[in-house]
Design a protein around this ligand. Structure first.
Ligand SMILES: [Zn+2]
Length: 178
């Protein structure tokens, strides 16, 4: 992996995900399109693929966990209901509970694998609030490290290579059941 960023310039303690970052590559793998229908919605399509192809980390009954293709930080996960719903108030009680439980487990697994110092959790509701794919609700789980804000302007413009996201997915999926 000689073509990826070395860990020296990255925030925090060495962790399993630092080789994700490739600021000099600026690779776009898939578009960030706004889906017009569920057939084009990445959060509807991902769970229909294999875990590896869909970058799925864990599957629940009503919701699942997937690697963010456009991460804010290494190990950035999204917790999504399977149903194509836009608003938090659209979730059923069972979906609400499972999204919360998967979020908790995502934090546990990330701590186990990459020892973040903190997290940002949350949902952007609507394009005006920053939702990239507003049509399908997704909860962000963003691991944070002390000092990583200095790096954010850089990582915000980076794209991770799918092979490396796949490696991270495998590590997290493996740790999920521990
Ligand atoms: Zn969808």
């Amino acid at each position: 992996m000689s073509d990826v960023e070395q860990s020296d310039s990255l925030p925090g303690v060495p962790d399993a995900f630092q080789r994700l970052w490739t600021p000099h590559r600026m690779v776009y793998i898939r578009g960030e399109g706004k889906p017009a229908s569920t057939g084009e919605c990445p959060f509807c399509v991902s769970p229909q693929r294999s875990d590896e192809d869909g970058l799925v980390v864990a599957r629940g009954e009503h919701a699942y966990v997937v690697m963010n293709l456009f991460p804010y930080s290494p190990g950035h996960l999204l917790v999504c209901p399977y149903r194509h719903v836009r608003d938090y108030t659209d979730l059923t009680t069972d979906e609400t509970r499972e999204v919360a439980e998967l979020t908790q487990q995502a934090m546990r697994v990330l701590r186990r694998v990459s020892n973040p110092h903190g997290f940002n959790l949350g949902m952007n509701q609507g394009e005006v609030a920053g939702a990239g794919i507003a049509a399908h609700l997704h909860q962000h789980v963003v691991p944070r490290w002390a000092g990583d804000m200095n790096f954010m302007p850089v990582v915000g413009r980076t794209r991770a290579l799918p092979q490396l996201l796949g490696d991270a997915r495998s590590q997290l999926a493996e740790a999920w059941g521990l």
